[in-house]
Write a protein that binds this ligand. Structure first.
Ligand code: NAD
Ligand code: MG
Length: 381
């Protein structure tokens, strides 16, 4: 029996994870749940999965949840401390990190500190503090098992090897594939939220439309697989059937294919090194049709180019890219800026930043705050 702490349990990845656990209750149970503020769903999840701890971001939400769960012996915690306690709960064998944004960083770090293996969906954790997280994982002998579909694919293709030539990181291209800058001047939030192949949370859906998501994934891959960004080639693959590929030194390219269903990579991470049945629709290989591979248009989708720039610059720069992007996406979601402003805002924050090399965790949070403050002041958000 594997005991799981599920961080971000009310979100897209969190609910799919609980679905896997629900259908495989002989092998999995839930030790802790943590999320932002959806107390109604958290109550439902707590009653079904009977964790020891449920943590929520705000004190108000915790108060509400405490009342709702007063007939149970489930401990309700709040704030960063509560989230970290849920993440690192003694009882758990593995912690699934699916909180969105840098908010997921500290809980994941506390789980690593307590020796929990990590099933990691929250890419912002590695983008902002990849060196610290990977070093801590090594020190504590903790496995970081990728949940992001492309990274799960690369992980499966590598199968423990490191003698790779190149990683082909696939991208669907998002809803605006083929469009040029002029076409994107007036796109709406509704247009940007229409992802062609994946159904996901709002922030990552906007990141997929701007290709910021692919940029964050390039940085995520450098940390997970110990390579520099020049070994990573982003390839637009509209069908989302090949989830990424690895080219080895001898010229062999290994790819991982499957339907666009996050339950497969979640299951790979939770069951590692074993494999288990997943309830979703399996890929019908005879109905796939043709598979296409193209170069991304980084002149139009500037967030991808900015992410390469940030990872090459190193130090605190990826943190600034991420913090500014989180603020810009939140502004776009709230109707306070246009889609094309996102890249301008992020570029502005990066140009303003003085890199700190080899940052400590406090430097990471300082850089994140600086980027957010800069963006809010300069762009009036
Ligand atoms: P989502 O918006 O659907 O869910 C986010 C979860 O985080 C929710 O449970 C929310 O309550 C919680 N949360 C948000 N802010 C919080 C805070 N301050 N404190 C505590 N909890 C907080 O997002 P998602 O699509 O499930 O994505 C989660 C993470 O997984 C992201 O980092 C995303 O990039 C990554 N990811 C998602 C997918 C996908 O298919 N959805 C695929 C790959 C990677
Ligand atoms: Mg992905």
């Amino acid at each position: 029996m594997k005991k799981v702490s599920v961080l971000g349990s009310t979100g897209s990845i969190g609910t799919q994870t609980l679905d896997i656990i629900r259908r495989d209750s002989e092998n999995f149970s839930v030790s802790a749940l943590a999320a932002g503020s959806n107390v109604a769903l958290l109550e439902e999840q707590a009653r079904e999965f009977k964790p020891k701890i449920v943590a929520v971001a705000s004190a108000d939400a915790a108060k509400d949840l405490k009342t709702r769960l007063s007939d149970t012996d489930i401990l309700v915690l709040s704030g960063e401390e509560g989230l970290c306690e849920a993440a690192a709960i003694e009882d758990a064998d593995i912690t699934l990190g699916a909180i969105v944004g840098i908010a997921g960083l500290k809980p994941v770090l506390s789980a690593i500190e307590k020796g929990k293996d990590i099933a990691l969906a929250n890419k912002e954790t590695l983008v902002t503090a990849g060196d610290i997280v990977m070093a801590k994982a090594k020190e504590k002998n903790v496995k970081i098992l990728p949940v992001d579909s492309e990274h799960s694919a690369i992980f499966q293709c590598l199968d423990g090897r490191s003698d790779l030539n190149k990683i082909y990181l696939t991208a669907s291209g998002g809803p605006f594939f083929g469009k040029k800058k002029a076409d994107l001047e007036s796109v709406t939030l509704k247009d940007a939220l229409k992802h062609p192949t994946w159904s996901m949370g709002a922030k990552i859906t906007i990141d997929s439309a701007s290709l910021a998501n692919k940029g964050l994934e390039v940085i995520e891959a450098t940390h997970l697989f110990g390579v520099t960004a020049d070994k990573i080639e982003v390839v637009v693959h509209r069908q989302s059937i090949v989830h990424s590929m690895v080219e080895f030194k001898d010229g062999a390219i290994i790819a991982q294919l499957g339907s666009a269903d996050m339950r497969t990579p979640i299951s790979v991470a939770l069951n590692y090194p074993d494999r288990s049945e997943v309830s979703g629709k399996l890929l019908d290989i005879f109905n796939v049709g043709s598979l296409t591979f193209e170069k991304p248009d980084t002149d139009t989708f500037r967030m991808l180019a900015l992410a390469f720039k940030a990872t090459k610059a190193g130090g605190t720069m990826p943190t600034v890219l991420n913090g500014a992007n989180e603020e810009a996406v939140s502004a776009f979601l709230n109707g306070k800026c246009r889609f094309l402003d996102i890249a301008d805002i992020v570029e502005g924050a990066m140009e303003n930043h003085k890199i700190k090399e080899k940052p400590a965790l406090s430097d990471i949070f300082d850089a994140d705050r600086e980027a957010r403050d800069f963006v809010k002041a300069k762009f009036n958000l």
